[in-house]
Design a protein around this ligand. Structure first.
Ligand SMILES: Cc1cc2nc3c(=O)[nH]c(=O)nc-3n(C[C@H](O)[C@H](O)[C@H](O)COP(=O)(O)OP(=O)(O)OC[C@H]3O[C@@H](n4cnc5c(N)ncnc54)[C@H](O)[C@@H]3O)c2cc1C
Length: 483
């Protein structure tokens, strides 16, 4: 007889495993089906290992610039193998941590590839895992004891949390050797001397920053007029200036029209402003976005609506088929781990009949952990104007902040966008040191519908980088102090 669950989740990424823990807390008999690794892309190939690599780059940078701090440090060097080993170790540690959380919460892990075999019509949803004629899936990291395997499972509710994978452009197919996606870029066998990064979103820029800091010649090719296209234009321009100062080459309004392999690398034909040029590099990273993992799940077969490769859901993760839900990257933008986690919680709480609060997508922060870091929440100045809002804008540069100067990080900027009539904080955008830790102050402020008055009356500790946030608000109202 098939095992029966209250909630069965397909995918053990941040969306899936958080949903599972919340479900177990609410008393549901819960299982997660995972085909590869607990923690999903985020812990294994995304958020976490990139931050570990970037941390190595940061420490390397400071060691190289010890003289700026009055220190004498012998010229640092590195073995790429050791840098990658540290990053993979951090992923493995967290991956094991997720498996332990599953055990602690009495959640079954079912290893294998899942697909929906029956859904709707008032009965339980059926999911088959694995193909019995094939050997079972070998998870990438140690398998927790007591896990289940191939078979058919029934559940009252099935949550699809299968995530996303790199988008591939025709003619620029990754080959695992010279044309990389984030998988290969995460564990290079050796340091390439030169690299072209196609796409300047968060993923492309983080890799560009890592490889440039570690010494590669890096060229970023962006189709749109601005790097970091979703960020505020002034913030992106400030970041670009810093990247170029570090020696990164940046081409915007530029299309990688053709990629071919040369004797020792890649040859990329770039079209820009009516002209064509050919760039050569050892490796190319294709970072042109991701696409949802909707294939192979038999979603259409059981009648679940999929639009442009993403599962269609309502504010609580419900699809058009009773008993089937979707959360995280597979359910659409913004494709971020914290969005996936919240969607998981909301979905499960709604199933339980609790007063679940739909996500406010305008208040989801986004962070890029390059050097300097970038963080933002809410509307950019351009988007606020496009929405017809009358706005007040505040700016404050890190050069006016004592802590930034003491840290030796005076390049940065905070920009705040307010509704001129109501004082509502519409957006906040920061570039500079540690700003990925600062942004949450503004996220809380927006969540609490804080006005400019309350932000101006808030006391920020001195000396901290957070004072730049205060000053930016003051600037929007003509009261800036240190500029
Ligand atoms: C290089 C990189 C850096 C990133 N950095 C950040 C960051 O700093 N911050 C941030 O918020 N986000 C970041 N992201 C995005 C983040 O990784 C994703 O938004 C997040 O992982 C989405 O979580 P998820 O649970 O929806 O899916 P995933 O994490 O993709 O997990 C889905 C899981 O489902 C499994 N699966 C798929 N199909 C099946 C099936 N049929 N049967 C069984 N299992 C299946 C997969 O093996 C996978 O483990 C980054 C992404 C990349 C690639």
């Amino acid at each position: 007889m098939a095992d029966t669950y209250d909630i069965l989740i397909i995918g053990g990424g941040p969306g899936g495993y958080v949903a599972a823990i919340r479900a177990a807390q609410l008393g549901f008999k819960t299982a997660v089906v995972e085909r590869e690794h607990m923690g999903g892309i985020c812990l294994n190939w995304g958020c976490i290992p990139t931050k570990a690599l970037l941390r190595s780059a940061e420490v390397f940078h400071y060691a190289e610039h010890g003289g700026d701090y009055g220190l004498e440090i012998a010229r640092p060097s590195f073995q790429m193998e050791a840098v990658v080993k540290r990053s993979r170790g951090v992923s493995a540690q967290l991956n094991g941590g997720v498996a332990m959380l599953m055990k602690k919460n009495k959640i079954d892990i079912i290893w294998g590839e899942a697909k929906l075999t029956k859904a709707g019509k008032g009965g339980p949803v059926e999911v088959s895992v694995g193909d019995p004629s094939k050997p079972p899936v070998q998870p990438q990291n140690p398998v927790p004891k007591g896990v289940l395997g191939h078979g058919t499972y029934k559940a009252k509710h099935v949550i699809v949390a299968t995530g996303a994978r790199p988008r591939v452009l025709p003619g620029i197919e990754p080959d695992g050797d010279r044309i990389w996606t984030y998988f290969e870029a995460m564990k290079p066998a050796a340091m390439p001397k030169s690299l072209i990064v196609m796409g300047s979103g968060a993923i492309g820029i983080e890799f560009a920053s890592f490889y440039r800091t570690m010494g590669a010649e890096v060229t970023v090719v962006e189709l749109l007029p601005q790097i970091l296209p979703v960020e505020d234009a002034e913030i992106a321009a400030t970041a670009r200036k810093q990247f170029e100062k570090q020696g990164m080459k940046i081409l915007v309004d530029a299309k990688a029209a053709k990629v071919s392999k040369s004797a020792d690398g890649v040859e990329v034909t770039i079209e820009q402003g009516g002209k064509t040029q050919v760039l050569n590099a050892e490796r190319l990273i294709s970072a042109v976005g991701v696409q949802g993992n909707t294939e192979g799940l038999n979603l259409e077969g059981v009648g679940v609506a999929v639009e442009r490769g993403l599962v269609k859901i309502d504010a609580f993760g419900r699809t058009n088929v009773e008993g089937v839900y979707a959360i995280g990257d597979v359910a659409g933008a913004p494709m971020l781990a914290h969005k996936a986690e919240h969607e998981g919680t909301i979905c499960v709480e709604a199933i339980k009949g609790l007063d679940a609060h739909p996500l406010k997508k305008t208040q989801i922060p986004g962070c890029t952990y390059c050097q300097p870091q970038i963080a933002s929440v809410g509307l950019t100045e351009a988007k606020a104007k496009e929405a017809g809002r009358e706005i007040k804008v505040g700016r404050f540069r890190f050069i006016g902040n004592g802590k930034a100067i003491a840290l030796g990080e005076p390049e940065g900027m905070v920009k705040t966008v307010f509704d001129a009539k109501t004082g509502e904080l519409l957006g906040a955008h920061i570039v500079g040191a540690e700003v990925t830790e600062l942004i949450q102050g503004f996220v809380i402020a927006m969540g609490l519908e804080t006005t400019e008055e309350e932000l101006m009356h808030t006391v920020f500790p001195h000396p901290t980088l957070s004072e730049t946030m205060h000053e930016s608000v003051l600037d929007a109202y003509g009261k800036v102090i240190h500029m």
